[in-house]
Design a protein around this ligand. Structure first.
Ligand SMILES: [Zn+2]
Length: 242
């Protein structure tokens, strides 16, 4: 029985490590997804502002062209004014000049507004672009580190599982079934060391009569509180595998 208990102690140490490694491994895909999401959100915001800037640049071009054509019309009308032969021609040219001047004023007001928006958007795009560069650089590093950790953890799990299989082969089938049954329902811990009369996992005291029986180490016993398998951890027999 003592041999079986010693095997269970080794098995539990392995299983605790395996449990922790698996939990750590399971968090990695979620953390990778978070990294991607943060990067995508920033990229979407950058793209959106860049598209707005492109629109503003296009309207600035249209306004510039419209301004040029108003100015060219204005020059032609001014020439007509110079060469006006009748009062009527003079008045018509003068009225046209006034209209063109109004249009030019309107064009310039719009242009100013567009240039202001352009300036603001250029600033935002530059800031977002710099931030995106930083975030994607940092994400790349973190992603590589997480991927490496995932593969390293997986390799370590495989190595420990091979070791576990060797131990498992030596444990009595019914005891192993009970151990695995408890382990799956008790967050990876089926076997609890009892030290100074107390279960180390649930911290409840073992009644004196049962504690005496436990110290005889001749049968498999359970903690009366958490129902885990227990062994007397203060015994010399476990000193080398604690
Ligand atoms: Zn307990």
């Amino acid at each position: 029985m003592l041999d079986q208990l010693r095997l269970l102690v080794k098995l539990q140490t392995l299983d605790k490590t395996l449990f922790d490694l698996s939990q750590d491994k399971e968090t990695i895909p979620g953390r990778l997804a978070d990294l991607n999401r943060a990067e995508e959100t920033l990229k979407a915001s950058l793209d959106q502002n860049q598209a707005q800037l492109d629109e503003v640049l296009a309207s600035r071009k249209t306004l510039d062209e419209a301004g040029d054509s108003i100015r060219s019309r204005l020059r032609k009308t001014e020439n007509r004014l110079m060469g006006a032969k009748t009062t009527r021609e003079y008045q018509a040219a003068n009225a046209e000049i006034d209209d063109n001047k109004d249009m030019l004023k309107d064009n310039e007001d719009q242009l100013l507004e567009v240039m202001e928006r352009q300036e603001g958007l250029e600033k935002v795009v530059a800031e977002l672009s710099e931030k995106f560069g930083q975030v994607s650089g940092a994400s790349k590093e973190e992603r590589e580190a997480l991927e490496k950790r995932y593969h390293d953890t997986e390799a370590e799990i495989n190595r420990l599982e091979a070791k576990r299989n060797q131990i498992v082969g030596q444990v009595e089938a019914s005891l192993l079934r009970e151990y695995d049954f408890i382990r799956q329902r008790r967050e990876g811990i089926a076997l609890s060391p009892v030290s100074q009369g107390t279960c180390s996992i649930c911290h409840m005291g073992i009644p004196p009569q049962q504690y005496n029986e436990l110290q005889r180490m001749d049968k498999i016993m359970h903690c009366p509180s958490c129902r885990r398998l227990i062994y007397w951890a203060d015994a010399e027999e476990f000193a080398d595998i604690k």
